[in-house]
Design a binder for this molecule. Structure first.
Ligand code: FAD
Length: 478
């Protein structure tokens, strides 16, 4: 008997290995054809040049991998609500498989597609893949979704220590391509040109210096460099210093699913098991905690979809933002006259990536010094970051604005104190603002740069102490 034909839809899982839905599909039949749709109604995958670059290159590699394994990746652009049912019919699929999303737009879209397919007697099988644990399998003591990170981490960690052995790398896939007559089909054949056109339109000059690298192979190499070469052991001491390259640079790989979160977590467990050194053990744990921040924000968005639209703490709806557009532009371009802020924004604009410590500094500066609504910064990040992810970005901005899940009410970063602590010899500042290379570190760190104009660098657009007082008085009103 012929095995049923399956359409497999790649979304935020641009990989073949340890792809939970694909493993399930393969256990049913090897007659699998895959697809990726450039969804015109869902801008978050490619509305930043950096992400378009990451996506285009990852798809190119993924398409080649499908060919090597005997099948193909069909690429189309438009509305998946129309395209997926048409395509499933065209290839005579009996099943459509995909991995579930936590994002409100995707959940609604998928519901429509599922309904349409089921009306045509095509069965839909959805699986969780992007997370360590399904959102409906972890709740607080009173059976509610978590809204505080600490207890979420504790509960999740206890479950993760029991994770079964990871052996997905040993799975050998061999797929069966579509019938010869279908190969003549115009849409199916035009697939490569859809990707070619997409890649031709990408304008991302930072591709050579972006620390995140597209594709499944590159993600493996990055993980190896970080874990197997033991860079993870110095994570705890190096991660906060933006000039130290002390973090993994896996964020875009996780965002697009070119690597699985289970594989990463498992690698940390393997290290843990032969780790006698307490300093190393703590460093591994610090990194695990960051992976769980990612998980936490994904779960929060799933349970509280309203986060996408505004503040979690409703009193922030009434905050009298000043939203000075000129200041916002200065912030956006890295021209505020505050060196650590400008260095960070220039890193973002040039490479599509920014160090986590600096994300917190620039976010605090925009919200608490420039008194601009955090959603302006959230949007700028989504338009620029290679790892721009709705849940993580929204979570990071709400944390910085003090409007989110974090229970501590008001956190204001002094950018000069931050620079003294985390860029004490101004390596990062001087790298990204070369015009300041001859200015003394103490002038830079104390914000007393007397020869600014001589160095072709602007004076600070605001005074931190004055703005901080103003912000606090406005906050008192809400
Ligand atoms: P590592 O330090 O090596 O951490 C490992 C992984 O853990 C990361 O790849 C990421 O997947 C996850 N992670 C680490 N820290 C966080 C965190 N605070 N929140 C959520 N996940 C985390 N991260 C994104 O992936 N996409 C975003 O759009 C994003 N926007 C942010 C916006 C703001 C205002 C802030 C403060 C943080 C944001 N972050 C975002 C979180 C964090 O800055 C990045 O994940 C991290 O800098 C990526 O570098 P890395 O891969 O070297 O991280």
């Amino acid at each position: 008997m012929n095995k049923p034909r399956i359409l497999f839809w790649h979304r935020k899982d641009l990989r073949i290995f340890d792809n939970q839905s694909l493993i399930k599909a393969f256990s049913l039949s090897n007659a699998i054809t895959s697809t990726y749709i450039f969804d015109k109604n869902y801008p978050h995958d490619f509305n930043a040049n950096s992400r378009a670059w990451f996506l285009g290159n990852s798809l190119q590699e993924l398409g080649n991998n499908w060919k090597k394994m005997g099948s193909r990746l069909i690429m189309e652009e438009g509305d998946p609500v129309l395209i997926i049912p048409q395509l499933a019919k065209k290839i005579d699929a009996k099943f459509v498989f995909w991995n579930k999303s936590i994002e409100p737009y995707e959940i609604n879209r998928d519901l429509k597609i599922k309904k349409n397919l089921e009306e045509q007697n095509i069965q839909v099988i959805e699986t969780w893949d992007h997370l360590l644990i399904e959102p409906l399998k972890i709740f607080s003591g009173n059976n509610k979704p978590y809204s505080v990170y600490g207890p979420f981490y504790k509960n999740l960690k206890s479950k993760m220590n029991l994770l079964g052995p990871y052996d997905q790398d040993k799975v050998v896939f061999q797929f069966k391509d579509i019938d010869n007559k279908l190969k003549e089909n115009k849409t199916i054949n035009s697939s490569d040109s859809v990707l070619e056109k997409f890649i031709k339109n990408i304008k991302f000059p930072g591709s050579n210096i972006c620390p995140c690298k597209p594709g499944e192979n590159a993600a493996e190499t990055i993980l190896e460099n970080f874990i197997n070469e033991k860079k993870i052991y110095s994570y705890d001491s190096a991660r906060d210093f933006p000039s130290h390259n002390g973090t993994s640079f896996l964020s875009a790989s996780l965002r697009f699913g070119t690597i699985s979160i289970r594989k990463i977590w498992n690698a940390t467990l393997n290290l843990n098991s032969d780790c006698a050194n307490r300093v190393n053990y703590l460093s591994i744990e610090t990194w695990q905690k960051e992976l769980v921040w990612r998980e936490f924000y994904q779960h929060c968005l799933f349970h509280f979809p309203e986060l996408e639209k505004g503040p979690y703490r409703k009193k922030w709806d009434h905050f009298p933002w000043q939203n000075n557009n000129e200041w916002f532009q200065h912030w956006s371009n890295g021209e505020t006259g505050v060196p650590i802020v400008d260095a960070a924004m220039r890193q973002l604009n040039s490479t599509g990536w920014m160090h986590n410590r600096c994300r917190m500094i620039v976010a605090s500066f925009l919200v608490k010094d420039l008194i601009c609504n955090w959603q302006m910064g959230e949007k700028k990040f989504m338009e620029t970051l290679v790892d721009g992810d709705l849940a993580a970005n929204n979570g990071g901005w709400q944390w910085s604005a003090s409007s989110g899940m974090d229970p501590k009410p008001l956190r204001i970063f002094n950018p000069y104190t931050q620079a003294k602590k985390f860029d004490p010899i101004c390596e990062y500042i001087k790298y990204w603002i070369p015009e300041l290379s001859k200015v003394s570190n103490s002038e830079l760190l104390n914000g007393e740069i007397s020869n600014l104009e001589k160095n072709n660098y602007s004076s600070p657009i605001v005074n931190h102490n004055i703005q901080q007082r103003l912000f606090k008085s406005l906050y008192a009103e809400i």
